[in-house]
Design a protein around this ligand. Structure first.
Ligand code: AR6
Length: 172
């Protein structure tokens, strides 16, 4: 069973095998955590992204990680929140499942996620946290080579919210 960790920090500094990027369907960069990853990792990541032909919402694709400590960046596209009735929950779960599948495919044993969709895309954090935790835990159980799943929250407030969600979730 994979270890599940919650920390506060900047995901670009994570020394795990793979970090997940909350990208958009173009995979050609943006603001938020996407901008931070491309800035810290350098132009190699964007050059690789250009060859991938974009990415559907809920799917994930890997590139190498340029100057980052991680070896791979797994780019996933979270749903834009439009009120909850457009399949946003399932798409968010899919992002976590697909990211872990891709991590297993490239041989990554440890993976760090940001809080996908909860920034510019407007997904409510209280609703996103249990979905992200549950889907990541399930996917990691199906892919036992992935033995560390870490969520990197960008503030102490977010970390507290996610800890609460973890405490309320079913034990593994
Ligand atoms: N480390 C960890 N978390 C971060 C960092 C960081 N360095 N920077 C921001 N966050 P967002 P989204 C948190 O907006 O909602 C981009 O333009 C942030 O506080 O980055 O999925 C893409 O290109 C929030 O909790 O991603 C897309 O167009 C979380 O990361 C769009 O934004 C996600 O916020 C995707 O929107």
């Amino acid at each position: 069973m994979a270890r599940l960790e919650l920390v506060a920090g900047d995901i670009t500094r994570e020394a795990v095998d793979a970090i997940v990027n909350a990208a958009n369907e173009s995979l050609l960069g943006g603001g938020g955590v996407d901008g931070a990853i491309h800035r810290a990792g350098g132009p190699e990541i964007l050059a690789e992204c250009r060859t991938l032909g974009g990415c559907a919402t809920g799917d994930a694709k890997a590139t190498t990680a340029g100057r980052l400590e991680a070896r791979w960046v797994i780019h996933t596209v979270g749903p834009v929140w439009v009120g909850g009735g457009a399949g946003e929950d399932d798409l968010l779960a899919s992002c976590h499942r697909r990211s872990i599948e891709v991590a297993a495919e490239v041989g990554a044993r440890s993976i760090a996620f940001p809080a996908i969709s909860t920034g510019v895309y407007g997904f409510p954090k209280e609703r996103a946290a249990p979905i992200a935790l549950g889907s990541a835990r399930e996917a990691a159980a199906d892919h036992p080579t992935v033995d560390l799943v870490r969520f990197v929250l960008f503030s102490d407030t977010d970390l507290r919210l996610w800890r609460g969600a973890l405490e309320r979730s079913d034990p593994p």
